[in-house]
Ligand binder design. Structure first.
Ligand code: GLU
Length: 510
């Protein structure tokens, strides 16, 4: 059997959508599963849609997800170059081959002429004008013109394109690994442009030539490319490569959270959720957005979430490491119907991943985030902080946002609760409690707890009379980690200061 070689072939026309990341992931999983090769190929032949920074974004997004290509523009390999714009000479050779064997022809019609033709057809009731076998002899091309007319047009410097000569009335069948048998009638297919007037190949030509030269075994890509596959098979036929054609697997769409239509780039803004792996900074704020990374996702959670968006293992298991995904993955278990982008599920995955991380790794992740906020916190502190917080957060950012009071003074007290719990007549007693806590030789959570319990007993008070006050004095809120552990971590001096400030403030509200 031929070795498995798969490629992820994005066009650098902007940030890589999360659907693109899923395509890359499925390619990667199949490559790893079958001990194959995962290739990154940059399809940048459409100069008009080229966006600077997009290729770097793609590489960074793949690296963030742990989907490192074995071959690619940055990685190198024996089948390069891996950027199509650097392969121009290769394509022109193959175009010549098709011109010679009669599978392609020169076309001289300008886009204005074709637009005019389309309009006049529309006026006659034909809304589906196509450059195809039914009209090609009435148009300006090397099939309708004589050889000498053609050569003089070519010599005159008039712009031309090369088109595929689609057979008039044939059936093309592919066996898609996900969708089963898919049949195309060539009479429905237009004579696709293969080489544009700027000398660049179109996607169709470059894609097929490269898949062949790079010895691609499986083409795994989004469903939106299924309709092009008829043309692709014809191109394989035209080159005489049909025998070594890759197998196709067209992935189901990712649907909007409400299931109504394809998830689009705009849905992110509309719903306030990330639909890209990483942030994108555009010149105007409107085109900028936050990615999964900046929202505070762990890449392993994103990979796990994406893996299950369209594929299922056939078991109840939901949490998969990359290794487990490789083991369980198969193209046969990819569904045919669209997969709904359920952001709550993505959040759930992230919570599971954060919870299961050890404190040292969490501290490592939180260190730069804390620095960013100018919080003076070392790794030892962040490790203990992680232990206290990791069960209560959805995103990495939550640690520092919800748990800001571990790094700075309380900004806001839950005064509604304080109004119910704070009794001014107990102020003296509460000050006493603060003092006894301040005198503890070992400021451990056990010792603090003991001091509080002794105090409650002496004062005939219950937990509900004291703990909410302490909790709000220390953190501002009733929601948060275990109070005595929190006090221990913040340290005696800080706690004494907070209690003094808070009690004074509480007296004022009562
Ligand atoms: N360049 C195409 C894209 O941007 C690749 C499609 C394919 O994989 O054939 O998605």
């Amino acid at each position: 059997m031929n070795p498995t070689r798969v490629r992820f072939a994005p066009s650098p026309t902007g940030a890589l959508h999360i659907g693109g990341v899923r395509t890359a992931l499925y390619n990667y999983l199949l490559a790893r599963k079958l001990n194959g090769t995962f290739i990154l190929r940059i399809e940048d032949t459409d100069q008009t849609r080229y966006v600077p920074g997009a290729e770097a974004y793609i590489q960074e997004a793949l690296a963030w997800c742990g989907l490192l290509p074995d071959e690619g523009p940055d990685q190198g390999g024996n089948f390069g170059p891996y950027r199509q714009s650097e392969r121009k000479a290769i394509y022109s050779k193959y175009v010549d081959q098709l011109l010679e064997n009669g599978w392609a022809y020169y076309a001289f019609d300008t886009s204005e002429e074709l637009d005019a033709m389309r309009e006049s057809e529309k006026a006659r009731g034909n809304h589906n004008f196509k450059y195809d076998a039914s009209v090609r002899l009435q148009l300006k091309n090397s099939l309708s013109l004589s050889a000498s007319e053609t050569s003089s047009l070519l010599a005159s410097g008039q712009p031309w394109t090369v088109r595929l000569k689609v057979p008039e009335d044939e059936t093309v069948t592919i066996h898609d690994l996900i969708r089963g048998e898919v049949v195309f009638q060539t009479r429905e297919l237009d004579d696709k442009v293969l080489l544009k007037s700027d000398g660049m190949p179109t996607y169709h030509l470059a894609n097929i030539v490269d898949d062949h030269l790079m010895q691609i075994s499986h083409v795994i890509r989004g469903e939106e490319w299924l309709s092009s596959t008829g043309h692709h098979v014809l191109l394989y036929r035209a080159f005489g490569w049909e025998g070594s054609m890759p197998q196709f697997a067209h992935l189901p769409l990712i649907l909007k959270p409400d299931g109504k239509g394809k998830l689009s780039k705009r849905d992110g803004k509309r719903l306030g959720i990330p639909v890209f792996p990483l942030s994108w900074e555009a010149d105007n704020a409107e085109d900028s957005f936050e990615g999964f990374r900046e929202t505070g996702f762990d890449p392993a959670a994103v990979v796990n979430f994406l893996a299950l968006l369209g594929w299922n293992s056939g078991t109840e298991q939901e949490i998969f490491s990359m290794e487990e995904l490789v083991g369980a993955f198969s193209l046969e278990k990819i569904g045919k119907s669209g997969a709904r982008f359920d952001f709550d599920k993505a959040k759930w995955f992230n919570e599971q991943y954060i919870k299961s991380k050890d404190n040292a790794s969490l501290a490592e992740i939180l260190l730069p985030l804390a620095k960013n906020k100018s919080y003076a916190a070392d790794k030892a502190f962040l490790e203990q902080f992680s232990e206290l917080m990791k069960e209560r957060v959805t995103f990495y950012q939550d640690f520092l946002e919800t748990g800001y009071y571990f790094f700075e003074k309380v900004k806001l007290y839950d005064l509604a609760t304080i109004k119910k719990k704070w009794k001014p007549e107990r102020r003296a007693a509460m000050d006493q409690l603060a003092e006894s806590i301040g005198q503890l030789p070992d400021f451990t959570h056990e010792a603090i707890k003991k001091a509080v319990e002794d105090f409650m007993e002496a004062q005939q008070l219950k937990f509900g009379d004291v703990l909410p006050i302490l909790r709000i004095a220390v953190s501002g809120t009733m929601k948060g980690p275990a109070i005595f552990e929190m006090m221990e971590l913040l340290g005696k001096e800080e706690i004494m200061e907070r209690l003094a400030i808070a009690f004074a403030a509480f007296d004022e509200t009562a």
